[in-house]
Design a protein around this ligand. Structure first.
Ligand code: TXA
Ligand code: MG
Length: 323
């Protein structure tokens, strides 16, 4: 037996009361739990906890911060987080719970972590049609961010065993309810003001069914919101960003990292004084947003290009490239 057997994730039946309580306790403590849904297995964290959401990106090994789907227990809860127009309401009434994700304007003052939506003014919401997620959300009292439970760039996991193979010992608990019924991710639809309805990702719910309820055709993603690569315009601060700076200019605010501080008098926020990349990822969007209010130019300290630092640098570069 390998010594690391002790650390392999536990696979437990999703119906098991002890397993459910354990899952809620882990999620409340900011840990990850892999969960079955009718589409695919997800890697779940408390969607209101930036550090827990940073763990998702760390575990998946994603080289970029893509916005994640916020999973809710019921429609009223979803409405607290996003603005539903008439079209969104009709789709939610018709297809939730189910394999449909709605991207709508994010509500001001909500509790969703900035990292969950990658700093976007929109939020992707879904109520899964099977599995323990609604129950977990209810017991936790918070929604769950959950991307598909595979490593970045690899096949989607549709069984608990797939998840164990994909994520090895980096997730403490995998809830098992057998193979996912649909085996394909949810269909993602954007319903944004002054925009036609757009299909961002085909998935478990047929577009024809959606078009029938909307009474109009779905357009493609369009330039503003297309797919992951497209997310370049995602979070664009007003301020000009200058990267890899150790000595900010007098008129710049400073986004520091590690023990290195800006000159006194310079508005400074530190991504992680101890140099912890997970903490830095958790702080990235909210710190940028704050500094954006302080100055027309922001200097950013060097952030190591390893692990989560790759996604942090990717985001900073996109923000800096803006014309
Ligand atoms: O079936 C599913 O949807 C699974 C299960 C676990 O629920 N989840 C899933 O999540 O596939 P993920 O993170 O692998 O895919 C989320 C998709 C991505 O294509 C992402 O770009 C898009 O939703 N998305 C999320 N928030 C968005 C937003 N605010 N604007 C545009 N696209 C968004
Ligand atoms: Mg995925």
């Amino acid at each position: 037996m390998r010594a690391e057997t002790d650390h392999l994730p536990q696979i437990r039946p999703a119906e098991d009361e002890v397993a459910l309580s354990q899952a809620v306790a882990l999620l409340a403590a900011g840990e990850l739990v892999a969960v079955p849904t009718e589409t695919v297995y997800g890697l779940a964290a408390d969607a209101t906890n930036d550090t827990a959401v940073a763990s998702i990106f760390e575990t998946k090994g994603r080289p970029a911060f893509n916005p994640l789907i916020v999973h809710c227990a019921e429609r009223n809860e979803a409405r607290l987080m996003g603005d539903f127009d008439d079209r969104a309401s009709r789709l939610a009434d018709m297809f939730w719970p189910g394999p449909l994700t709605l991207v709508v304007p994010r509500r001001e003052g909500g509790s969703i972590a900035e990292l969950t939506t990658a700093g976007l003014p929109t939020v992707a919401l879904r109520i899964p049609g099977a599995g323990p997620v609604p129950e977990l959300v209810t017991r936790l009292g918070r929604p769950l961010a959950a991307p598909s439970a595979n490593r970045s760039g690899r096949l989607t996991a549709t069984t608990a065993q797939d998840v164990a193979e994909e994520l090895g010992d980096s997730v403490p608990l995998i809830l098992d309810s057998g193979p996912s019924r649909i085996g394909l991710e949810s269909t993602v639809i954007a319903l944004l003001p002054q925009e036609p309805p757009r299909l961002l990702r085909p998935g478990g719910l047929d577009r024809e069914e959606i078009e029938r309820v909307l009474g109009e055709p779905l357009l493609g993603p369009g330039r503003a919101i297309a797919s992951p690569g497209m997310l370049s315009t995602h979070y664009a601060p007003e301020a000009r960003l200058r990267l890899d700076v150790r000595d900010p200019d007098a008129d710049e605010a400073y986004l520091a990292f590690g023990p290195h501080r800006g000159p006194s008098g310079t508005p400074t926020l530190n991504l992680s004084p101890s140099g912890d990349l997970k903490e830095a990822a958790a702080n990235l969007f909210s710190h940028l947003r704050h500094l954006d209010k302080d100055a027309a130019r922001i200097a950013v300290a060097p952030v190591p290009r390893t692990g989560l630092g790759i996604a942090i640098n990717d985001r900073l570069q996109r923000a800096a490239q803006r014309d």
